[in-house]
Design a protein around this ligand. Structure first.
Ligand code: ADP
Ligand code: MG
Length: 288
């Protein structure tokens, strides 16, 4: 392969809105047989909206939303942003918080007037009653809980939208001979519902994966002999992008993700992944 021809390929990629970081990437792209897609922000828009609130006992929905949004002021997570936006839309003034901390991939905690409030997955609470759990089970989207002293008192459901282009883009990837996996820190039921909407085999859904463990899912597929591409956008995804044989970051994503990737997709839809793979294969054919 002549370096000149490869540079033509990368230049054409840039025209299509694809930044390919160096000629070696084209060769790696040709070898890929498996592709792992991050769910939130990649297959979906990542633009989450607060959809519903359920409470137990005498707690009002407004009080539940106030407490949750107050804690989430400290977090950059898309779920946190949706909850804070929901409170703003309801005209709620948020109380001050102190001692904010996050458990990446699980939730966040802070003190409001000295009392500790937690927002996040059921696993963060000692008790989550059946009523709140059933709210989670009967609603589409991601449900997080808010509670005091280890007891969940309310459930908030946020919903994401599958990108309109994802289903066809995923069918195209399968047509290019790639096996497609869906990877997420979100729960199993929501992950499966998204997989079903876009035509990913439920057996290839990896849900409830902690941010620190995402790269291990990639490594495991590599140990099985697969040559793996990973597509992601979040801070969470950076180690998995680096671990993959080929890392692709959405251009709308975080700087860390773009730094860790081999290819940056300027256009924020999955069809750009098919374009990048097609382009690399064509470029190599021209050279050989
Ligand atoms: P993804 O793989 O979709 O990017 P994350 O690993 O960031 O997901 O988060 C996984 C799950 O952890 C979320 O679906 C949510 O249940 C919980 N979670 C993480 N951060 C927060 C937060 N700040 N507030 C509430 N829940 C959170
Ligand atoms: Mg993500």
């Amino acid at each position: 392969a002549t370096p000149t021809a490869l540079l033509v390929g990368t230049g054409r990629g840039a025209q299509l809105g694809t930044l390919i970081k160096g000629p070696q990437v084209l060769e790696d792209t040709r070898r890929v047989d498996t592709i792992v897609l991050d769910k939130t922000g990649t297959v979906t828009t990542g633009d989450l909206r607060l959809r519903s609130i359920a409470v137990r006992g005498r707690l009002s929905k407004k009080a539940a939303l106030t407490a949750a949004a107050a804690v989430e002021q400290g977090s950059e997570h898309p779920i946190a942003r949706a909850i804070v936006a929901g409170a703003a839309e309801a005209g709620i003034d948020l109380p001050r918080i102190s001692d904010f901390s996050t458990n990446p991939g699980e939730g966040a905690t802070a003190r409001i007037k000295g009392t500790e409030v937690t927002v996040g997955k059921a696993a963060l609470f000692e008790t989550v009653d059946e009523g709140l759990r059933s709210h989670a089970a009967s609603n589409a989207g991601t449900t997080v809980f808010v509670g005091w002293d280890g007891v969940a008192e309310a459930a908030l459901t946020v919903e994401d939208t599958v990108r309109p282009t994802s289903k066809d883009a995923i069918a195209r990837l399968a047509g290019l001979g790639l096996t497609v996996y869906l990877l997420t820190g979100d729960g199993e039921s929501n992950a499966r519902s998204v997989a079903e909407q876009v035509g990913i085999d439920p057996a290839r859904v990896r849900a409830d994966v902690l941010p620190a463990d995402k790269h291990q899912v990639v490594a495991e597929l590599q140990r099985e002999g697969k040559v793996v591409a990973m597509v992601g956008d979040g801070v969470n995804d950076a180690p998995a992008l680096a671990q993959a044989d080929l890392g692709l970051a959405m251009g709308s994503g975080t700087d860390v993700a773009m730094d860790s990737a081999d290819i940056v997709l300027v256009r924020s839809d999955l069809d750009a992944v098919g374009d990048a793979i097609d382009l690399s294969r064509q470029t190599l054919r021209v050279i050989k």
